[in-house]
Design a protein around this ligand. Structure first.
Ligand code: URA
Length: 209
């Protein structure tokens, strides 16, 4: 059994540094126990200086194996929705609130487990520094975990979604559902929920400068 936690780099030390240096530092993060069973840290990707930053929950099974965010089923849905909303995926920065895959083994299957507040808090410094280095004009927080990390408190997704609010000076915030929600809704609601998600994403389009 490995130690539950150990090396906990302080993202604030990477002040003035690049997103690449931050990514390298995060690769060794052991600030919470999730590193133990995950394959690797899955850091954000996209142009540094991207005007829009999308924040999800945590890497899933395929993200954990490949090392890239949003490449599994939820990621494919997100890419499709971004394209349909007129937002090329390669123009935005995509990251997660938690950077290690949390799962529970059922037989051989690794089943996604929601991160708890302590894990979100342990990872928050990385996201905060990513925001500072990428300097997006708009942050899109997708789902409860992203909102919890970005705002530092929970907020109701359905009541908060679909409007652009001020986050910080010069930075706006858009809350929406996590794309995996769209994979779970009953079949008869899928089209409507997808359209609502597209309507939310379209609010990000004017921020692509
Ligand atoms: N879900 C997330 O929140 N992030 C990913 O990278 C993949 C699925």
């Amino acid at each position: 059994m490995k130690a539950t936690s150990g090396y906990a780099p302080n993202p604030a030390e990477y002040a003035g540094n690049t997103i690449e240096a931050l990514r390298d530092a995060a690769m060794g993060c052991q600030a919470c126990p999730l590193w133990e069973h995950a394959t690797q840290t899955v850091f954000g990707e996209g142009p540094s200086g991207a005007p829009v930053m999308l924040v999800g929950e945590q890497p899933g099974d395929q993200e954990d194996v490949t090392g890239h965010p949003f490449v599994g089923p939820a990621g494919q849905l997100l890419t499709r929705a971004l394209t349909a909303a007129g937002i090329p995926r390669d123009r935005v920065y995509i990251t997660n609130a938690v950077k290690h895959f949390k799962f529970e083994l059922r037989g051989k299957r690794r089943m996604h487990k929601k991160p708890v507040d302590a894990e979100i808090a342990a990872c928050h410094g990385w996201l905060k520094r990513e925001i500072e280095l990428v300097t997006p004009s708009l942050i899109v927080a997708m789902g409860a975990t992203a909102v919890r990390s970005v705002l530092g408190r929970p907020a109701p997704i359905m009541a908060s979604r679909g409007k652009v609010t001020e986050y910080a000076r010069g930075v706006s915030l858009l809350i929406t559902v996590h794309p995996s929600f769209l994979l779970r809704v009953p079949e008869q609601d899928k089209d409507d929920e997808y359209e609502r998600f597209l309507d939310d994403l379209k609010l990000a389009r004017p921020f692509l400068r």
